[in-house]
Design a protein around this ligand. Structure first.
Ligand code: PMP
Length: 352
């Protein structure tokens, strides 16, 4: 049973009930939550926000198709990663598993929670090594296996059939972090697997395609026992009223926002081609996300040079399999032009 995978004390703990849980209808006078009656903001910020983010989750169901009964929202998907680890992994006893190189927060949140991290390397072509993963599942019995698709920092989406094979084999929880899914036009979400495998959890975020990194909105999609348990450990008011409104507005404006997707995809293609032409760029990794990873002759030198030119990229060279790599976000046309111009100058100085 799914509950058997959870830390037992969470199943029995009595969670906090907020004033908004005790009374959820509508009334004329609210004297139940010790708020300040004066609305200085003029738009209701003196009141606590809806702890269940019902209006935003309803909108998410309508626009993104994730059923309301299967979602819970976090203060960014980072908070959801932390909550999942706290729900399933016993500190000092259990482990989680990641496939490296990947997003750094799975490891950091596990370590903060005193939960061990088991690493399996991606294959040489930065794909999931299904055989190695299955072997390590048998060896280590991780409580959660994280798969990031499209993967950060490689930019590659993994095939849904590989993800299904791994999730079906894994007797515990498989979390598929789909933060960059919107940038892959042939993406198949692991949400499609949820009906036949209730141990799958999908993460999405408003920080990338929806352009709301500052509002901090993450979506966790899972079977209902997991949703119920997360709601038990979630801080009641983890999404501000502003964040909830921002999310609804973004989804309402979905038609106007489509243009930015084609802009980012066109710029990604332009950057891919232009970056491949520099003599010091050894490899440009094909990307399904809104960033491009490149392998260069001297990543530390190039990083320092670009920083001096006022252009900040991410040096990923310390990651396994990724020596001498830089990760570059696809920016606006002007930003990408500035990058390419700086790289052309670098090329000229190397030649002369
Ligand atoms: N997952 C991945 C793969 C990411 O790259 C990031 C942010 N860089 C996150 C999750 C966290 O996103 P959020 O802003 O929703 O916390």
């Amino acid at each position: 049973m799914l509950e058997d995978l959870m830390r037992p004390h969470i199943l029995t703990l009595e969670s906090y009930t907020s004033a908004r849980d005790d009374f959820s209808g509508s009334a004329d006078v609210y004297l139940d939550a010790n708020e300040n009656w004066m609305d200085f903001s003029g738009d209701g910020k003196n009141r606590y926000p809806d702890p269940h983010c019902a209006a935003l989750r309803r909108k998410i169901e309508e626009v993104l198709g994730f059923k309301m009964e299967n979602t819970v929202l976090g203060n960014g998907s980072d908070e959801l990663i932390d909550m999942l680890i706290r729900l399933f992994a016993d500190p000092g006893k259990d482990c989680i598993m990641i496939e490296r190189p990947t997003y750094g927060e799975y490891k950091v949140f596990a370590e903060i929670n005193n939960v061990r991290v088991v690493n399996v390397m991606l294959s040489e072509d930065l794909d999931l090594d299904v055989k190695a993963i299955k072997m390590e599942i048998d060896n280590s019995r991780p409580k959660i296996l994280f798969i990031c698709s499209p993967n950060n920092p490689t930019g590659k989406s993994f095939s849904i059939s590989k993800i299904r094979e791994i999730a079906d084999y894994n007797p515990a929880i498989t979390v598929v972090d789909e933060a960059y899914a919107d940038f892959d036009q042939s993406f198949v979400s692991a949400y499609s697997l949820l009906e036949r495998n209730e141990r799958i959890v999908v993460l999405r975020t408003f920080s990338k395609y929806w352009a709301l990194a500052s509002s901090r909105i993450g979506i966790l999609v899972a079977s209902q026992p997991i949703i119920r348990a997360i709601n038990k450990i979630k801080a009641p008011y983890n999404l501000s009223i502003s964040a909830q409104r921002d999310g609804i507005k973004a989804l309402e404006e979905r038609e106007q926002r489509k243009a930015i997707l084609s802009d980012i995809l066109n710029e990604r293609a332009r950057l891919y081609k232009a970056l491949s032409a520099f003599s010091f760029v050894r490899w440009v990794y094909p990307s399904d996300a809104n960033f491009i990873l490149i392998k260069v002759d001297d990543a530390d030198g190039l990083y320092a040079y670009l920083m001096k030119e006022g252009i900040i990229v991410r040096n990923r060279s310390r990651e396994p399999l990724l020596d001498n790599t830089l990760r570059i976000t696809v920016g606006s046309k002007a930003e990408n032009d500035a990058l390419l111009e700086a790289l052309s100058e670098r090329e000229k100085s190397l030649v002369s």
